[in-house]
Each structure stands twice: as C-alpha cells, then as structure tokens.
Design a protein around this ligand. Sequence first.
Ligand SMILES: *[C@@H]1O[C@H](CO)[C@@H](O)[C@H](O)[C@H]1NC(C)=O
Ligand SMILES: *[C@@H]1O[C@H](CO)[C@@H](O)[C@H](O)[C@H]1NC(C)=O
Length: 477
Amino acid sequence: MLKPWLSRFTVLVTVLAVIGNIYIFTYPSLYPQRCSWRCANQKVAIDALDSLSLVEKTAYYARRYWEDVRQQFGTAKVVDRSSRKDMPADVHLLALGDPQIKGVWKNTPYLSRLDTYGNDYYLGHIFAMMKRRLRPSHVAVMGDLFSSQWISDSEFYNRTMRYTSRIFQRDTSWLEKTRQESHDADGLYAVDWTTFADDLGERLQKQPKDFEFGYNDVQTWDPAKEDYLFINLTGNHDIGYSGDVTYQHMARFHELFGKDNYWIEYGRDTEHPWRIVVLNSMLLEGPALQQQLVDKTWEFLYRLFEQRFDGSTVLLTHVPFYKKPGLCADSELFRYYPSDYEREPYKQNLLRSQNHLSEDATRRVLNLIFDNNKPGIILTGHDHEGCETVYNKDAKAKWTASKAVSSTDFHVREITVRSMMGEFDGNAGLVTGHYNPRTKQWEWSFSLCPFSVQHVWWFTKVVTILSGLLLSVMVFL
Ligand SMILES: *[C@@H]1O[C@H](CO)[C@@H](O)[C@H](O)[C@H]1NC(C)=O
Ligand SMILES: *[C@@H]1O[C@H](CO)[C@@H](O)[C@H](O)[C@H]1NC(C)=O
C-alpha cells in the first residue's frame, strides 16, 4: 500500500535534491560575466538580446550557462593573472559586504539557533564557491563581521571562531593559543585592554608618534598556508561608533582581527605602483568616548599623506562618504546620545551613530588619500543595499558625489558593496585591477555576483538529507 506512494515521493525528493545541488554548486555560471574577473579581452554581452524570441533567449542563456560550467569543471581551467611577462599581474580582490553574524544566547529559541548555525554555512558556501572559482589575490570583509558591538569578550571570541572556521574555513589553532594566553578565571577569553590602552597612550606621547602603519608588497600574511591576502575591516557592529568605542573594543579587535588602519604598497619603485589603504572610519569623527583612538586614526592619515605615494589607491573602509540624499539607500544621518542619557551617563552628547562621514571629514580624508590624482577605487560597506557613486574633485579640492562623472579634473568611484547576508541574496563583490601599459595607469572595475536568499540553500540541504534517508529506507523495504 505504502510502497508505491513512498517510492514516488522518494523520486520527487531526490530529483529536487539533485536540482538544488546543481544550482547551489554552479550558481555563478548563471551570471558568468558578473561572477568572473574582468579580462581585457572579455566578450561583451550581445546587445541584440532584447530582439530575440523567448525560445532563442532561453537557448542563449542555457548555452552560456553550460559553457561556463564546462569551463569551471573541465580540465582546461587556468587562472592566469598576468597576460604578459613584463606586466604586473591583475589585482583580483574579492569584497564581501557585512556578514553580521548573530549570537546564540541561553534563551534563544531552537529554531533561531538552527537558523544562525545554518547561516554560517550558507555564508561559508558563498566564500568556498568564490574561492574555488576565482582564486582571489585579496579577500576583504567590509566590516560588520558581527551583529553587535555590545557583547562580552568571550562572545566576541566565540564568534571569531565561527567566522574563522565555518565561514572562511581557516586555521583556528592560533585562536586556541590566544585564548590560552589571555583568559579569565573560567578559562574564557578575556582581552588585556589596560595594557593596550597604556601602550597606546605612550605611543601617542612620543615625538614623532610611535606607530607602524605601513607594509610593502605583502601577498599573504601566511605564505606557508595560503596564497591570498585576508583583510578584516572594522565595522560599527564590531567596535561601535566613536561614542561607543572603548579600549576594550579596540584591544580585542586588534588581537583577533589585526590592525584597523594600515596601508600596503605594491611595486613602489616600479612604473606601476598601487596600494591598498585600510581605514577605520568609525574613529574619524566625534564627540568620541576615547579621543586618543580618534587621534590615532588621524595620525594614520597624515602619515599616509607623508608617504607621497605616486600610484593608484584602493581604499577599503566601512562607512560610506558624504553624499546628498537620493544617491544611495541611506542618507546622511548623525545621532548623538541625549544630554540627559541616564543609562550610561558617560556617553551623554557623544556620537551614537552615523550613516555617512560628514561632508568635512569626507573632504579631508579624500584629499589626504587621493592627493596624487591617480585613478583608484573606494569600497565601503554599511549600507546593505549596495550602491555606486562618483566623487568628483574640483579645482579647489572640493568633492561632490554624483551618479555620473562631472569633473574634468579628477574623480574616483565609490562602490558600496551589497551585503552577503541572505536577505540581500548572498553577494560577493569582484574588483579587478588591470595595469594598462599604454596609458600607464591602473584601471579598476567592479561587478557583483549574486547567489540567492538563504531559503534556497536551506531547502537544498533539507531535501538532500531527506532523500538520503528515504533512499536508505527504500533499500530495506
Ligand atoms: C563561548 O564558548 C565557550 C565554549 O563553547 C562557552 O563555554 C562560553 O560560555 C561561550 N561564551 C559565551 C559568552 O556564550
Ligand atoms: C582576519 O581574520 C581572519 C579570520 O579570523 C584571520 O585568520 C586573519 O588572521 C585576520 N587577519 C589579520 C591581519 O589578523
């Protein structure tokens, strides 16, 4: 009685599982161009697509998909970043927007726990797919790694563990070691922030101030283990806005994720220098809780300026630059703690949140970084919707944001990378840098590779498990 019904159901579930898995493991092939680095000889999409009939269109997309799948899984897979020996390799930077992973607490319902657990692997799937397909030279997570700045050291550590192992499939032995070196009486991670604060105070006092911000030609932090460079950015949910950021916030970020402000110069003494600038945009404005932390960020920018770098710049920072309302989803918004704030009186009047940098901070930062008028690109996070804007510099070194280029002097594009969260379709941003020997300039391009809402991934996992169970039941019936 049961058997025919069951076997039909099993076939259905198995077919769904196969389709689901094919989809989640080949999704970038549906958008081969957006999900590939820009090559100098890349084919342009055919303009005449609109005039095709539905059947012809379907055939076109199917062929495009199939060709890409064949390329990905075939033997002829080559990732060659440099086309000519005497030219620098293309820069292939994977930019991932705001993962914002949540925590699990004692009273978190089981369904939300499962959701949080699955979400880690959903994000991990995106990263694994992109890494396999694209072999990036750089990977940058655009800040807001976690969902809240108001968490204990132990929770911060636990999320770092998940971030490192589940999402980015990286070695965690150093994290274990860090916990053994700094923990509380219960063995839980606790950062030694007083030493951090004392050290910062001392360094700020020295003349010149004693900071090391710069690197040269770093291809990876760990040559024995990996061939790409991993960059973690600070976001307001990791350390807070400047009215919230404590030494404790900064100390643990430094210990587990590295510096918040630094530059890496590549090929400084060649014809084709370029650099990465990582900027902590939470600590530029105020009123701040710890002015010293803001002072340090400005010190960083002055030092960067003094480098008199003559190449192209890729600026990575979390909070977008100032722009008029209507250009992106978020408009300018500054909130301050009220002057009678009872809950935490020491925060009264301090900066509580911001959507953009202020107009003044924008001008100062851009003039310090893009002073040499060499082409570059700005990548930001924060506004989960994603956006593209152009910053036009006029003769008086004033900057105006617009949708199109309006300056004849100099402009730089700001890409707000759409979030990799499921609600925003699990995007990955692809930045290609190509040195053009004719113009002797770097050229930067960006594309967004979308996956789909987390439910599709979940559905695939569920039907896969279910079909496994059903198939084994069928064997015994
Ligand atoms: C972090 O993880 C450890 C080990 O699983 C656990 O004992 C601890 O309670 C966690 N911390 C928090 C704040 O939940
Ligand atoms: C950034 O975070 C990853 C994952 O936790 C870690 O492996 C890496 O060492 C961090 N980068 C730096 C410069 O500390």
